[in-house]
Design a protein around this ligand. Structure first.
Ligand SMILES: Cc1cc2nc3c(=O)[nH]c(=O)nc-3n(C[C@H](O)[C@H](O)[C@H](O)COP(=O)(O)OP(=O)(O)OC[C@H]3O[C@@H](n4cnc5c(N)ncnc54)[C@H](O)[C@@H]3O)c2cc1C
Ligand SMILES: *[C@@H]1O[C@H](CO)[C@@H](O)[C@H](O)[C@H]1NC(C)=O
Ligand SMILES: *[C@@H]1O[C@H](CO)[C@@H](O)[C@H](O)[C@H]1NC(C)=O
Ligand SMILES: *[C@@H]1O[C@H](CO)[C@@H](O)[C@H](O)[C@H]1NC(C)=O
Ligand SMILES: *[C@@H]1O[C@H](CO)[C@@H](O)[C@H](O)[C@H]1NC(C)=O
Ligand SMILES: *[C@@H]1O[C@H](CO)[C@@H](O)[C@H](O)[C@H]1NC(C)=O
Ligand SMILES: *[C@@H]1O[C@H](CO)[C@@H](O)[C@H](O)[C@H]1NC(C)=O
Length: 509
């Protein structure tokens, strides 16, 4: 080895050692400092590194890129404890992350290294509150610690449902980013069906936030993620729920084009989809290593009718496995349990594209060519889902009272194109991120050329360097959202100390 190289390597390792030392010191100070303050004040709620619950909580994430090492984990049991503790965290300028279901694959949005991890695990109540009540209608009270599968297991046997997530293990954070459900074409974003939030603010208040008490905050929370406080209870509108036709179909690799054609036929270029009481959750995966693709589809038609016409083109394609039939809503969601485990490393980015007659082919071909050029020969599984958002979906959102996302039904129907990747080797993180960012640019170049780019970034599917809030209301919402944040969090605690998607733009990479 040349001596210059040795010097370089040695110099670098000294610098690394120094930074590890200072981080270790900061970590020790954090664990002994703020964490012992919290542990004295809230006995039994603090988990220190080394305890088994610390390990459980710091690995309760969908993507292993989120397995970080906070000073300690705090699982408050009441909103008044949380309110008192938030003041301590704010007054000591302690960075803290907030986690519910841990399903955001954007590393660092719901966990933290140099700070405290606050988990909502202990907020786990579920209760149906019948009318008459002060809210004026029956509702379902849900602690943010619950997963959607648990919610459906509780509600569906009672013949009722809420507008929530599509996958069993996903958490309540979905309700703070809009939220796509199986019932969206009739009910809009899941967020629009929240009647009341119990919110702990930066100033240590516990607020009941609804359209009468704090209409500004209520509007901002419907899309505003963790920028306004920590939600400790959601009161959700209920709807009647009977049996549905639904389930999963896994197609053979040679039938990917048939799947794309079926999806293309299902959407209506003039706006809307074939049937507003149905919904689809499609995925097309591709391996740049084997160059094989495979489509998987899950459909729900909200009526107990076998083989509904709306799905005719999906159900007639030859498949590897088909598990769609008349069953309970909870039975369909049970089929998504396998989406729930830790799958290794994952990441995703999203964009939006107005409906047009060739959009599925264009999106698919762009994914394949971008993966082939940037990930050739690598063991990375990429994929994409085109989620149709229609005029009727957006009209339902407005009917339900509106939200900070504030998209105009008159701008027509569009697809959210969610582009994702799974891999195991940490050394590929940057290449995968570059692939995803490039794919979004390539998709946008096509839709912009056609004049069909839809200027919306869906927070629940957004990547860490994207800025969803800037696209809300096509730019109109953000100034209002910032003013509301200033009003309820004048010191900017949730802007400065809490990671995630922030009003001022990406704080992650
Ligand atoms: C397999 C899978 C399926 C998915 N399916 C859907 C779907 O059908 N529809 C859809 O819209 N999205 C879907 N998503 C995206 C999902 O909605 C988002 O990833 C969402 O953030 C997950 O919420 P969570 O509670 O699991 O996440 P977390 O990672 O715990 O939280 C996400 C963000 O919300 C914040 N947050 C969470 N809880 C609170 C709280 N109580 N108060 C304040 N801030 C909080 C966190 O700080 C974090 O920044 C899916 C994701 C995955 C991985
Ligand atoms: C771990 O957490 C569970 C539930 O969250 C709790 O019942 C249990 O007592 C905790 N264990 C320890 C050792 O604190
Ligand atoms: C407030 O919400 C209730 C319940 O959804 C609804 O009936 C009422 O019209 C809303 N009021 C306003 C001012 O939005
Ligand atoms: C099925 O595909 C055909 C041919 O493209 C199309 O005419 C028809 O409308 C489609 N049906 C549905 C329900 O999407
Ligand atoms: C879903 O799975 C759980 C656990 O396996 C089971 O208890 C429940 O009955 C299932 N729900 C339905 C509707 O099949
Ligand atoms: C889509 O429409 C364009 C014109 O707008 C036309 O050139 C093209 O052939 C159409 N593609 C399909 C698949 O119908
Ligand atoms: C690719 O990674 C998967 C796990 O993600 C592993 O099971 C598989 O063996 C790997 N394939 C190759 C060719 O390395």
């Amino acid at each position: 080895m040349h001596s210059a190289t040795i010097a370089l390597v040695f110099g670098a390792s000294v610098a690394v050692a120094a930074s590890i030392d200072s981080r270790l010191l900061q970590r020790t100070n954090g664990t002994t400092g703020i964490c012992s303050t919290l542990a004295k004040r809230f006995p039994g709620q603090i988990e220190l590194p080394g305890s088994s619950n610390y390990t459980v909580e710091t690995t309760a994430y969908w993507s292993s890129r989120d397995f970080l090492h906070p000073f300690c984990v705090w699982a408050p049991t009441t909103s008044s404890d949380l309110a008192a503790g938030i003041k301590i965290l704010a007054d000591t300028n302690t960075h803290f992350a907030v986690r519910s279901g841990g399903h955001s694959p954007v590393a660092g949005t719901a966990n933290i290294n140099e700070g405290v991890l606050v988990v909502t695990t202990a907020f786990d109540t579920m209760k149906v509150v019948p009318a008459p009540n002060p809210m004026g209608t029956q509702y379902f009270s849900m602690g943010p610690g619950k997963r959607w599968g648990q919610v459906y297991d509780f509600l569906i046997p009672q013949g009722i449902n809420v507008i929530g997530g599509r996958v069993w293990s996903v958490g309540s954070g979905l309700l703070l980013g809009g939220g796509i459900s199986y019932l969206g074409y009739k009910h809009g974003w899941a967020s629009d069906n929240v009647l009341n939030y119990e919110l702990v603010t930066a100033q240590g208040q516990v607020l009941q936030v609804n359209n009468k008490t704090y209409p500004d905050l209520f509007w901002a929370l419907k899309g505003g993620s963790n920028n306004y406080g920590i939600v400790t209870r959601y009161d959700l509108k209920t709807v009647d729920q009977g049996e549905v036709f639904g389930g999963t179909i896994v197609y053979k690799p040679e039938n990917t084009q048939d799947y794309l054609d079926a999806h293309q036929a299902w959407i209506n270029p003039g706006g809307g989809v074939w049937d507003d009481s149905a919904a689809i959750m499609p995925n097309v995966d591709y391996s740049p290593l084997t160059k094989q693709s495979a489509a998987t589809w899950l459909g729900v038609h909200n009526a107990p009718e076998d083989n509904p016409r709306t799905f005719e083109n999906f159900t007639k394609i030859p498949s590897l496995t088909a598990a769609a039939s008349v069953m309970s809503f909870g039975g369909v969601v049970n089929q998504t349990k396998e989406y729930g485990g830790t799958l290794g490393r994952s990441n995703w980015f999203a964009t939006s594209i107005s409906f047009y007659n060739d959009t599925l082919n264009d999106q698919y071909k762009t994914m394949v060519s971008t993966a082939d050029s940037l990930l050739a020969g690598l063991n990375v599984s990429v994929g994409w889902t085109a989620e149709p958002i229609t005029t009727s979906f957006l009209e339902a959102s407005r009917r339900a009272g509106g939200d900070a996302i504030d998209l105009d039904p008159q701008r027509g129907s569009f697809h959210i194109a969610l582009c994702y990747a799974f891999w195991d080797d940490e050394k590929l993180d940057a290449r995968v991120q570059n692939y995803l960012e490039t794919l979004i640019k390539n998709l946008d170049a096509i839709s912009k050329k056609k004049g069909l780019y839809y200027p919306f970034t869906f927070l629940n599917d957004a990547g860490g360097t994207q800025n969803p809030f800037a696209t809300y209301g096509y730019g109109k919402s953000l100034p209002k959202m910032k003013a509301i944040a200033k009003k309820y969090d004048p010191k900017g605690v949730f802007q400065r100390l809490v990671p995630g998607f922030k009003l001022d733009g990406p704080m992650l990479s």
